[in-house]
Design a protein around this ligand. Structure first.
Ligand code: PEP
Ligand code: MG
Length: 779
């Protein structure tokens, strides 16, 4: 192997090793997976792992690929015995050709290892303490190069951490088992004792599992985004001491005022003065004398401060909701918001999403897109949700910000309290609550490894996105908020293939006016140094709602009044947005994209609105770009069918596979129950993608695929093979995909695409692509 091949091999093997835990349920399975992977990647006939027993003197064969399976668990040796023992004894790499002729060689009949003519043993350590030995053997006499030895040493280092973690997990499981067993035994004798017995979650170390939405490894303190801080839980405790309760109220009011001022300032800095204005209204309510007097009155009647607050806020909300004027009716929501923050301060747990005091890991039952939009992203190091939607917009936003996220973690909110220390391993899908010091130490090391890897990927940021045989591919970013611009630039995005404008709309208290939108779009577009920014018009509905625009109740919101349908029914709002986009086009290159188009009439109606917008702007004497390229999202099956006709109406297509897959396969993208039906590799989907790519090519139109699937190398390989040359994805994936592309030749990609397009089941397609992927990595 050449040095470069060895280096790449090491890196890809390391990546795979970190995902191995995903498939491993206990230590033995983990070890089996490691030896199989290493033997395959190093192209050796044998890879074995020997671990030290508790006596710290005996090495036992725990897993092997290549030696007799019967020997596993049976073969033991003392430290210093045989070549494996030598590596452990001298704590060094032992590399030997023709091991049989080495004076320290010892033959273990059970293994059948006499067939092998080279041996490489690498000691495994837990910090400085020996842990075992990773050994490889080959049939041919082989001189291991220094690069191979160094690669294998790094792999061994990684394998050591996995072994340590797997051991710890096993011991935690054992502990949980023990405590369960103990509880069962107690149950037989005295029922009452069981109640006092700590549940597994209280044993001090809990591991919760979930589905990885965005990979990564972080640790830190917990922030709970708990909508559960509700008035429903506040009961009248009777006979409260008025003076103390009034003091409690004063303190909470003061705290809430300060927090509100702080919120106002921060939102003004991050978004705009107008956005922050709502908090000014909150301050006025908090200062309002009659509000305060009502609270005090209730307290002097003998109620506790929280109960008084519940009553008074309840009365206000009811009064506001009965108002005729829609503006005043909306103040009910503000009252609710203020009430919750005040209550949080009264009971000493204020979890308002905007008040993250320090960087930490956000744990929530679910995160609404509007919450995600208002959270301070700088302070979110990781995300854990109980809800299991991998493609929800909140998760998409987390991905675009590069925040490790785990979804579907059952019982997460109950398992943690604010400020708990947790480790979020969004590579293996684990959340460790109250991890013991050795796990913390191990993860600290792993975290360092991860950040080294991220650092390495940074090298690719400024390199052109090119395949191994020099085919240029364009990688753009999907963005939603202004803060995404910096993330996109940091990751080397060539402009924006999808700017989801609904996100900035979500953070406001009303529809932004044209000037505000223009300022925002112009600022975003100007940030990309001449690369185009594709601005998609409002795509609300489905799982995206605006706080000030209540959609009608619908049984099927994804099939309902959504996206461009809402825009066409609210022409003024629609035209205003288009005017702002056209104006921004004067400042920097922008493209205009319409979502969810399902007929020609719709795109023609959109074009008519563009014409009205132009006329309006001309009449007002506003400058705007006359020739903004126009595109449609292909994300509804009807648009696929109509693609040749749509192509004549527009300049480019944006392939929205997130929706296209759900509509084609009738599988809600957010519903974990039908997750298994939501398959990007479904043969029907592949055919559709191939067809759309063909139409765009034949009609000479641009095509950018901007669904989440593009960021997975497995899919990327196939899509490139189908002829797609422009992709838009959450920016943190760009360097990874660039790195992958440098190993990918177009010839391989095309061949793979041709092959899978003849296949008829998703599992076979996946297996085939996995093989191609492995052959690329092993090259
Ligand atoms: C899509 O549907 O693939 C898409 C990119 O749009 P969104 O995820 O915003 O619906
Ligand atoms: Mg969509």
């Amino acid at each position: 192997m050449t040095a470069r091949q060895t280096e790449r091999l090491g890196i890809s093997t390391l990546e795979d090793i970190s995902t191995l835990i995903l498939q491993s349920h206990d230590l033995d399975e983990t070890l089996d997976n490691i030896v199989a992977l290493v033997a395959k990647r190093m192209r050796t006939e044998v890879c074995s792992i020997y671990l030290l027993e508790d006596d710290r003197e005996t090495l036992r064969l725990r897993a092997t690929k290549g030696l007799s399976r019967k020997a596993v668990g049976q073969v033991t040796m003392r430290i210093g015995e045989g070549l494996t023992g030598l590596a452990a004894e001298e704590r060094r790499v032992v590399a030997i050709q023709e091991p049989q002729s080495h004076p320290r060689y010892r033959y273990f009949r059970e293994t059948g290892e006499e067939r092998f003519h080279s041996f490489l043993g690498i000691p495994l350590f837990d910090r400085k303490t020996p842990l075992g030995v990773l050994a490889i053997q080959t049939k041919d006499p082989r001189q291991f190069s220094p690069e191979e030895i160094s690669t294998l040493s790094t792999i061994a280092f990684q394998a050591s951490s996995i072994v340590i973690n797997a051991r710890l997990l096993d011991s935690i499981r054992q502990k949980e088992e023990e405590s369960k067993r103990f509880a069962r035994e107690l149950a037989k004798t005295r029922q009452s004792l069981i109640e006092r017995q700590p549940a597994p979650a209280d044993t001090g170390d809990t591991v919760l599992r979930g589905t990885v939405a965005y990979p990564g490894l972080v640790s830190g303190k917990v922030h709970i985004l708990d909508e559960g801080l509700g008035f429903a839980d506040i009961l009248d405790e009777g006979e409260a001491r008025s003076t103390e309760e009034i003091q409690r109220l004063e303190d909470a009011l003061e705290k809430t005022r300060i927090q509100t001022l702080f919120l106002e300032k921060r939102v003004a800095e991050r978004l705009s003065q107008d956005d922050a204005a709502i908090f000014h209204t909150h301050l006025m309510i908090l200062e309002d004398r009659s509000f305060q007097e009502k609270l005090q009155q209730k307290i002097t009647e003998g109620h506790s401060a929280p109960y008084a607050l519940k009553k008074v806020v309840g009365e206000y909300i009811e009064a506001f909701s009965r108002m005729e004027d829609p503006y005043l009716r909306e103040r009910a929501a503000d009252m609710e918001d203020i009430g919750r923050r005040l209550l949080g301060n009264l009971v000493g747990q204020n979890n308002h999403p905007l008040q993250l005091k320090h960087p930490g890991i956000l744990v929530a039952r679910e995160i609404l897109p509007s919450e995600m939009a208002t959270l301070d992203h700088e302070k979110i190091r990781g995300i854990v949700t109980e809800a299991g939607e991998k493609n929800s917009h909140a998760v998409i936003m987390a991905k675009s910000l590069g925040i490790p996220a785990l979804v579907g973690v059952k019982g997460a909110v109950r398992a943690v309290t604010p400020e708990d220390r947790v480790i979020l391993d969004a590579n293996s899908g684990c959340l460790y609550v109250h991890p013991p010091p050795h796990i913390v130490e191990e993860y600290r090391r792993l975290e360092e490894d991860c950040s080294r890897e991220l650092h390495r990927l940074e090298e690719f940021r400024d390199l052109p996105a090119e395949t191994r045989d020099g085919v240029r591919i364009c990688l753009r970013a999907n963005i939603g908020l202004v803060s995404d611009v910096a993330v996109a630039l940091r990751n080397g995005a060539e402009g924006v293939g999808l700017y989801r404008t609904e996100f900035p709309y979500m953070t406001r208290s009303d529809f932004p006016d044209r000037e505000e939108q223009y300022q925002l779009y112009a600022k975003v577009a100007a940030g990309f140094n001449g690369h185009p920014v594709t601005i998609r018009t409002l795509d609300i509905g489905g799982d995206k709602a605006l706080p000030y625009f209540t959609p009608p109740r619908e049984d099927n919101p994804f099939m309902g009044w959504r996206s461009v349908r809402v825009s066409l029914d609210n022409r003024d709002i629609f035209r205003t947005q288009i005017e702002a986009i056209l104006m921004a086009g004067k400042e920097a290159p922008v493209k205009l994209l319409f979502p969810m188009i399902s007929s020609l009439e719709e795109i023609r109606a959109c074009k008519q609105v563009i014409e009205e917008a132009r006329q309006n702007l001309r009449k007002e004497g506003c400058e705007f770009a006359e020739a903004v390229p126009l595109g449609v999202m292909i994300e509804v099956p009807a648009a696929v069918q109509l693609a040749p006709l749509l192509a004549r109406e527009v300049d480019f297509f944006a392939l929205g596979t997130n929706d296209l897959i759900q509509y084609m396969l009738a599988a809600d993208r957010n519903n974990p129950l039908v997750n298994k039906y939501y398959g990007p590799l479904h043969p029907a989907i592949l055919q559709v993608l191939r067809n759309v790519a063909g139409v765009a090519r034949r009609e000479g139109k641009g095509l950018c695929l901007c669904g989440e699937m593009a960021s997975d190398p497995l899919h990327f390989l196939l899509l490139t093979g189908m002829g797609i040359r422009e992709f838009s994805m959450p920016a943190p994936f760009i360097p990874r995909i660039k790195a992958f592309m440098r190993d990918l030749s177009l010839k391989t990609a095309r061949k793979a695409a041709r092959e899978v397009l003849t296949m008829s089941d998703s599992a076979a397609i996946r297996t085939h692509l996995m093989k191609v992927l492995e052959s690329i990595e092993n090259r």
